[in-house]
Design a protein around this ligand. Structure first.
Ligand code: ZN
Length: 446
C-alpha cells in the first residue's frame, strides 16, 4: 500500500499479448495501480480526466513502452558466470564448463554470487524467474534470502543429483541427504515474501538421478504443493544415456512418468526430441514446457517443434536457459524463438513462425499460464497484480531518434523493435506487484 493512499498511474505505449498471436495496445495508454493490483487500464486521456477520490501519482510518458513483466522459466544461477563459453554439445559442455563452477557454488563465494543474480534479472525487465541453484544448502539458502530482498517473483530450488554428481563417479551427496535438505528449504521458503517466493524441487535430469531420488521428489512435491522442474530430451546423447540407465522405461518421458514427476505443477526444460507418445503424456499430465531457443542453438541441441507442441495443447513459455543460453535478455530469447521457426520453415512445411505478438505471449501470459499463474500476472487485466517492464523505446531506434515523434509505430512494430533490438540498455523501470524493483538512471537525450 502507498503510504499516502494515492494511486500509481503509469503512462506509456501499453502493449500486451493476452493470447498467442493476439497483440493488444494503447498508443498513449495508462495503467492505474492501487497497491499491488491493476485497477484500471485504458487510454491516458480518458483515465487522466476521470474523477477519483484518491489522487494519482503519474509516472512516465507516452515515449515509454510498457509491457507485462517478462517471465523466465529456466535459468541456473551458478552457471551465469560461464555463459558464452565453449562450443561443444551438452554433456561435454557440462563436464568442462559447468560442473567446475557448480562445485564451487558454496561457502562465501557461492553465497555472494547467489545474492548478485537477482538485480541482474530486474535490470533486464524480468519480473518472474524459475531457477536452479547448486546442490549446496548454504548457497541455496543465500539465494532465497537475496530473492526475497529483491522483490522479484521467484520459483527456485536446490539442484538434486545423486548419480555421477558433478562429473565425478561418486555422488557428492546421497539421495536421502538431498531429500532432507530440499524438504527443509521448501518448508522454509515455499510461500515466503507474501507468496512471491515459491519452491521447486529440482532434480537435474534423469541421467544424473537415481529412480529412488526421482520418486522421493514426486512425494515431496505432492506433500508440499511445490513445483517440480527438470530437463527433458535436450540432447540426443543425453537421451541415449537415459535409455541405457532406465531400460524398463518406454522412453525418456516415461522415466519421469513412472516416478510420478509429471504433474500440472511440473515445468520441463527444452523438450526438443519427443515422440508423439511423449508429447501426449506431457499434455495428459498438464505439465508445462520451458522453451529455451538461445540455449538450444548455443549447444546445437535441436530446434523446438513449436507447432506440434502447441497442437497437443501444451502450456509453453520461454526460458533464457542460462548458462546454456548466453544471456538473461528475454527479448533476445523471443527473437531466437522466432528465428528458430523461420529456419525450420525452410524444410518443415508446418512450421509455425511466431509473430511478435506470439513471441511476447510466450514470454508473458503464456509463461504465466505454464506456471498456473495466468489469472494473476502476464497481461494488463484489471484485478491482476502489477508486474511490468518499462522500456525507453527511443533507445532502440537508430540514432535514438529522440527528437522525432514516434507515433507512427504500431504496437506490432514496437514489439518487433523490442524483440530485435531490446535489452537492458532500454529498460527504464521494472515493477513487481506495483513496487519498483529496478530504476535506471535518467536516459541521456541528444
Ligand atoms: Zn537447464
Amino acid at each position: 500500500m502507498n503510504p499516502d493512499n494515492s494511486l500509481l498511474g503509469i503512462r506509456g505505449f501499453l502493449i500486451d499479448a493476452p493470447e498467442f498471436g493476439r497483440l493488444r495496445s494503447w498508443s498513449d495508454g495508462a495503467l492505474i495501480i492501487d497497491g499491488a493490483h491493476i485497477v484500471e487500464v485504458g487510454d491516458y486521456a480518458s483515465l487522466a480526466r476521470k474523477p477519483r477520490e484518491q489522487p494519482v501519482r503519474w509516472r512516465h510518458s507516452p515515449r515509454s513502452a510498457v509491457f507485462p513483466g517478462l517471465i523466465d522459466l529456466h535459468a541456473h544461477i551458478p552457471q551465469y558466470p560461464a555463459v558464452g563459453r565453449g562450443g561443444g554439445e551438452l554433456l561435454p559442455w557440462l563436464r568442462q564448463h559447468v560442473f567446475p563452477l557448480e562445485r564451487e557454488f558454496t561457502g562465501p563465494k557461492g553465497r555472494r554470487e547467489a545474492g548478485a543474480f537477482f538485480s541482474e534479472l530486474a535490470r533486464h525487465g524480468t519480473t518472474t524467474a524459475m531457477l536452479y541453484t547448486a546442490i549446496y544448502e548454504d548457497s541455496c539458502e543465500a539465494a532465497f534470502h537475496a530473492a526475497a530482498a529483491s522483490g522479484l517473483r521467484v520459483i527456485m530450488g536446490q539442484m538434486m543429483t545423486d548419480v555421477g554428481s558433478y562429473g565425478q563417479l561418486q555422488p557428492t551427496k546421497i539421495a536421502s541427504i538431498l531429500n532432507h535438505e530440499s524438504e527443509r528449504l521448501c518448508r522454509a521458503w515455499h510461500g515466503a515474501a507474501d507468496g512471491l517466493i515459491e519452491y521447486a524441487f529440482s532434480p537435474r535430469f534423469a541421467v544424473a538421478c537415481s529412480e529412488r531420488l526421482l520418486r522421493a521428489v514426486a512425494k515431496l512435491a505432492a506433500e508440499s504443493g511445490a513445483y517440480i522442474q527438470t530437463h527433458l530430451a535436450e540432447n540426443l546423447e543425453e537421451i541415449e544415456k537415459v535409455r541405457n540407465q532406465f531400460p524398463a522405461a518406454r522412453d525418456y518421458t516415461d522415466v519421469y512418468e513412472m516416478c510420478g514427476l509429471l504433474t500440472a505443477r511440473t515445468v520441463l526444460g527444452h523438450c526438443l526430441h519427443l515422440s508423439e507418445r511423449e508429447i501426449g503424456a506431457l499434455a495428459a499430465a498438464g505439465a508445462g514446457v520451458a522453451h529455451c531457443p538461445t540455449a538450444n542453438l548455443f549447444l546445437r541441441s535441436g530446434l523446438f517443434p513449436l507447432e506440434k507442441m502447441r497442437a497437443a495443447g501444451l502450456r509453453i513459455g520461454l526460458g533464457s536457459g542460462v548458462g546454456t543460453g548466453p544471456e538473461l535478455n528475454l527479448w533476445q530469447v523471443m527473437r531466437s524463438a522466432i528465428e528458430t521457426q523461420k529456419a525450420r520453415s525452410f524444410y518443415e512445411a508446418d512450421a509455425l513462425v511466431p509473430t511478435p505478438g506470439a513471441a511476447l505471449h510466450m514470454a508473458t501470459q503464456g509463461a504465466a499460464e505454464t506456471l498456473g499463474k495466468g489469472a494473476v500476472i502476464g497481461s494488463f487485466e484489471v484485478g491482476k497484480e502489477a508486474d511490468l517492464t518499462i522500456m525507453d523505446y527511443a533507445a532502440l531506434l537508430p540514432y535514438r531518434q529522440s527528437a522525432k515523434p514516434v507515433n507512427d509505430l504500431s504496437g506490432e512494430d514496437l514489439t518487433s523493435l523490442c524483440i530485435h533490438r531490446g535489452g537492458p540498455h532500454a529498460v527504464v523501470e521494472t515493477f513487481v506487484r506495483g513496487r519498483s524493483i529496478f530504476r535506471a538512471p535518467e536516459p541521456e537525450l541528444f
